[in-house]
Design a protein around this ligand. Structure first.
Ligand code: 5RP
Length: 224
């Protein structure tokens, strides 16, 4: 199977996971990226069965709206029963690196509000240790060089992601050569640097359910 076929299979599995729980007042949290896009496409035919969605990026909001799914501001929504999103890396504790698409901050906010985070990924994303994928850090533009120097002190090789402006008007630094022993602690340490908006470690609030697409089918792991 190609990676795209694996992504399609896990998007199908995510629909099966949430479909029994859809109600007229349900507002779903929707992530960003190619796997999330495939999920959005499969969600569209069910749009009459639920109220709408909150999106973790302008790109996902546009895709949802184009397919007839109403998009709400997070501040106007009470309960988000499910957040469905991809990952750049995920480990056995369902901790992740995210932000390859620069949407990490809004992803983290919607994930924080959600009762259940369902991570949808193809098998290439599953790792024993997080860090091979360069860890994204969203920074306030004027703090970029300062934050980069602080990241060097933590052992990273920080590289400015040229030409990328996040939906929040900020910039991204990617941390290369940065294998992470204790994801929750590193998440907190990086977030404590002045000028950091957030970093792409989703460890303190990891996923609750992982749907992982492999040649042998979609494997389901539920921690909670
Ligand atoms: C975007 C993300 C995505 O979830 C992550 O990059 C995975 O993307 P894809 O599904 O295209 O492989 O964190 O900021």
């Amino acid at each position: 199977m190609t990676q795209d076929e694996l992504k399609a299979a896990v998007a199908d599995a995510a629909i099966k996971e949430i479909e029994p729980h859809l109600e007229k007042n349900t507002v779903l949290g929707i992530g960003t990226g190619s796997t999330a896009n495939l999920f959005i496409d499969r969600l569209a035919p069910l749009s009459e069965r639920f109220k709408g969605a909150v999106a973790s990026s302008e790109a996902s909001a546009k895709r949802l709206q184009a397919l007839g799914i109403e998009v709400f501001e997070l501040n106007s929504v009470g309960d988000v029963p499910f957040y469905i999103d991809g990952a750049d890396e995920v480990n056995a504790n369902l901790q992740m690196i995210k932000g390859g698409g620069a949407a990490l901050t809004r992803e983290k906010i919607v994930a924080a509000c959600a009762k259940r985070f369902i991570c949808i990924a193809d098998g290439s994303k599953y790792v024993a240790q997080l860090g091979n994928f360069p860890l994204p850090v969203e920074v306030i533009p004027m703090a970029r060089s300062y934050v980069a120097r602080e990241l060097v002190k933590l052992g990273a090789d920080p590289v400015y992601r040229q030409g990328v402006v996040t939906d929040n008007g900020n910039q991204i630094i990617d941390c290369f050569d940065f294998m992470i022993d204790d994801p929750a602690s590193m998440e907190a340490r990086i977030n404590a640097i002045v000028g950091v908006v957030t970093n792409g470690l989703f460890a303190q609030r990891g996923a609750d359910v992982l749907l992982l697409s492999t040649e042998n089918g979609v494997e389901r792991t539920a921690l909670r």
